[in-house]
Design a binder for this molecule. Structure first.
Ligand code: MLT
Length: 245
């Protein structure tokens, strides 16, 4: 199982899933996406297609040639959808968590460009702590889970400005995936936190309705980062899905 992380975090967001998957006998591969965590940011046109191709190259380098179960949360979900468009033969099943199929509105794309320019200008990603952190986690986490808040904040603080800018521009350039979702021919799980302010439950319902046979799990008292905020519930949904494959 390959799990793709959210913006602007790193693969370490998946540590509770790695533990649960390995206990259940699955091999988990959780790469840092281009520019995040330990990976280099190559000079190239910002594009999530390039990130999807990075994942294929990583699988090839590990000699994983059989189809994988591919999961992504938020930006990771956008990359998973790009991967499905470009390399459908490499995917055996799909997990799309707290993500959306529609492209950015012009306003959303302009806001990403503002953030990209600002973090590069300031040579710091700290503005994301003020602007994004309050939306990344749900109301319940803000009230009752200070350790989760601290963990997410620490991950945001490590994000390099150049990677933040590149990823924002890549997300702004992503196409609408709604039509291609109808072509998905593998078992699909859609997960959403009921308090998700970035990718709403309605947007998750749209994905689940578009993918033939998809199942949708809504997690109560969880925001945009379900896998981090409520790992037990997320893992239960994931393992129940994997058990059906
Ligand atoms: C994420 O969590 O990956 C981002 O918030 C996604 C986005 O900005 O659309």
């Amino acid at each position: 199982m390959v799990l793709l992380h959210a913006f602007p975090l790193t693969a370490s967001m998946w540590s509770p899933q790695r533990a649960a998957l390995s206990e259940a006998g699955w091999r988990a591969i959780t790469p840092d996406l281009r520019g995040f965590g330990g990976t280099a940011l190559e000079e190239s046109e910002p594009s999530l297609d390039a990130v999807a191709d990075d994942i294929v190259a990583m699988l090839d380098s590990r000699r994983v040639t059989e189809p994988v179960i591919l999961g992504g949360l938020s930006m990771g979900g956008y990359v998973a959808m790009a991967f499905m468009r470009r390399h459908p033969e490499r995917v055996a099943a799909l997990v799309l968590a707290d993500t959306k199929a529609a492209a950015d509105s012009p306003e959303a794309a302009a806001n990403r460009e503002r953030i990209a320019a600002a973090v590069v200008e300031a040579d710091s990603s700290l503005l994301l702590v003020d602007e994004l952190l309050p939306k990344l986690v749900g109301a319940t986490t803000k009230e009752r889970r200070p350790l989760v808040m601290g963990r997410v904040k620490a991950l945001i603080e490590t994000a390099r400005p150049a990677a933040v800018a590149w990823a924002q521009r890549a997300m702004a350039a992503r196409p609408d995936s709604r039509e291609s979702l109808a072509q998905v021919g593998v078992p699909t799980l859609v997960v959403v936190g009921e308090e998700d302010e970035i990718s709403s439950p309605a947007e998750a319902e749209e994905i689940a309705a578009a993918v033939p046979g998809a199942r949708l799990v809504r997690i109560p008292a969880s925001g945009h980062l379900t896998a981090v905020e409520t790992p037990e519930e997320f893992n239960a949904a994931l393992l129940a899905f994997l058990a059906t494959l």
